[in-house]
Design a protein around this ligand. Structure first.
Ligand SMILES: C[S@@+](CC[C@H](N)C(=O)[O-])C[C@H]1O[C@@H](n2cnc3c(N)ncnc32)[C@H](O)[C@@H]1O
Length: 443
């Protein structure tokens, strides 16, 4: 049975000609940054949008040219690059420091000619080959995860390149070649580094054997995309702020927004910090799990049981109390989840996740309402979930909260079913899940 929000009239729950259900690429996907498309190919962020889908969505919203589009969960900046291509301005907020940096890089004006990026990358690769440390003591200083992911000769070249870039030898192209290198890591790893977990204990054949060649290839893609895809117009601005979209201070650049296309973290779904562990450890942004929590996780909304605390859940519940219907539903679900946890030995604290998650959504929706102009549409892609088999209608609850802070709910469309990957797992619930697209409008 596919569960839907029954509070909406029938025709608003169906896909219709107003909202594109199928991405233009025909792959049937709304998410999953492409390995091939311009800008997306800089780094594959699986939580990211499929850019052709965002372009189609933006077209469907029928916005005035030069509108300001916002995304409070900007990720790798796919809404940003799609908005810019359509001639709109863009302002995004992203809390993951590394991913925010990537998004900004795609959106900013390049510091020189794209040809000079390729020259810089080639010259760095030559120096890296010359200076690569012989496998041995030098590599033992690397994080354990880094050491286990690569063959020693490959790691020696990666480390050599990294150290040259970190020392400033790439000049103003530094951040770009850094990403050409970070994008190379998973290509040349000799263990399974798929998403969301990196599994250094599980060997695989590397997809590419020469890290320096692959690095240059990646720099060439970047140069090509910068050449063709960056529209420099004084009336268009595009940027991503590194920050927490619960914090009203981060929304300053969003005032007067005329549209929003975004996808928030799904409840109980994906640990964005852990998923990027390889890149964070390799570059040296984090050196321990505690570091990871303080530098990457701290600004993220609670969406998994690893992020919870009793105090935060209690405080969130009291903040939600003023949202009459949604607040009561969250309270009921919390009680059901607590009862499920009590039945189990060392059960998971889903009952602490949901108040915190929806209180965060309420705060972000309030910030959104303050920023958007009257009549402006916002479209979010979000999935529902069923921890311990307790169904949580996340899109429906977000819609209800939205209606209480100044939006009207216009559409709630099922895009696709999800969760079938675990269908054969007897211990998992059999509640059918879906990904939905909700359209709300500022009153
Ligand atoms: C589903 S992903 C969105 C990806 C994005 N649409 C793209 O194309 O790359 C959700 C994003 O929200 C970010 N996020 C989580 N909590 C946040 C917060 N409090 N403020 C801003 N961003 C947050 C995560 O780091 C993640 O990148």
């Amino acid at each position: 049975m596919l569960i839907q929000d029954s509070s909406l009239p029938d025709d608003s729950r169906r896909a219709d000609d107003l909202m594109p259900v199928k991405p233009a690429s025909g792959r049937g996907r709304s998410h999953g940054t492409s390995r091939k498309e311009a800008f997306d190919r800089w780094f594959r962020y699986p939580a990211g949008f499929a850019s052709d889908y965002v372009s189609t969505l933006l077209e469907t919203l029928d916005l005035d040219p030069g509108s300001l589009i916002i995304d409070p969960f900007a990720g790798s900046g796919v809404t940003g690059t799609a908005a810019r291509s359509a001639g709109h301005s863009f302002y995004g907020i992203e809390t993951h420091p590394l991913i925010a940096e990537l998004a900004n890089l795609k959106l900013q004006t390049p510091p020189g000619s794209p040809e000079s990026l390729i020259e810089t990358a080639s010259s760095l690769a030559k120096t890296a080959e010359r200076m690569a440390p012989s496998a041995g003591d030098a590599l033992k200083k690397e994080a354990d995860l880094t050491q286990r992911c690569f063959q020693p000769a490959v790691l020696a070249r990666l480390v050599s390149l990294r150290d040259i870039i970190r020392a400033g030898h790439a000049g103003h192209w530094g951040p770009y070649v850094k990403w050409a290198l970070l994008g190379t890591l998973r290509d040349v790893a000799s263990v399974r580094v798929g998403w969301p977990y990196q599994r250094p204990g599980s060997q695989r054949q590397p997809r590419f054997t020469d890290p320096l060649e692959r690095f240059i290839q990646r720099a060439m893609w970047m140069a090509e995309d910068l050449q063709q895809g960056v529209i420099i117009r004084s009336d268009i601005s595009a940027s991503v702020t590194h920050g927490d979209s619960r914090d009203p201070e981060t929304w300053k650049g969003a005032i007067g927004a005329q549209g929003c296309v975004a996808s928030p973290p799904y409840l109980n779904n994906f640990d964005y910090a852990d998923a990027t562990r390889l890149e964070l450890y390799f570059w040296g942004d984090v050196t321990s799990w505690a570091d990871m929590c303080s530098t990457v996780r701290s600004g993220m909304i609670t969406a998994t049981t690893q992020q919870t605390s009793v105090g935060a859940a209690r405080e969130a519940s009291s903040r939600l109390a003023r949202f009459a219907n949604a607040g009561a539903t969250v309270q009921e679900l919390t009680a059901q989840l607590q009862a499920e946890r009590d039945k189990r030995n060392r059960g998971k604290e889903y009952d602490r996740v949901i108040p915190d998650y929806f209180a965060a959504m309420a705060q972000i929706l309030e910030n959104l309402a303050k920023s958007m102009t009257s009549g402006a549409p916002f479209v979010w892609l979000v999935g529902d979930s069923a921890p311990y088999g307790v169904y949580i209608d996340t899109p429906g609850l977000i819609g209800q909260i939205g209606e209480q802070v100044g939006f009207s709910m216009e559409k709630d469309i099922v895009l696709r079913r999800r969760g079938q990957r675990w269908a054969s797992n007897q211990t998992r619930h059999d509640v059918e899940l879906s990904e939905r697209l909700i359209l709300l409008r500022r009153q």
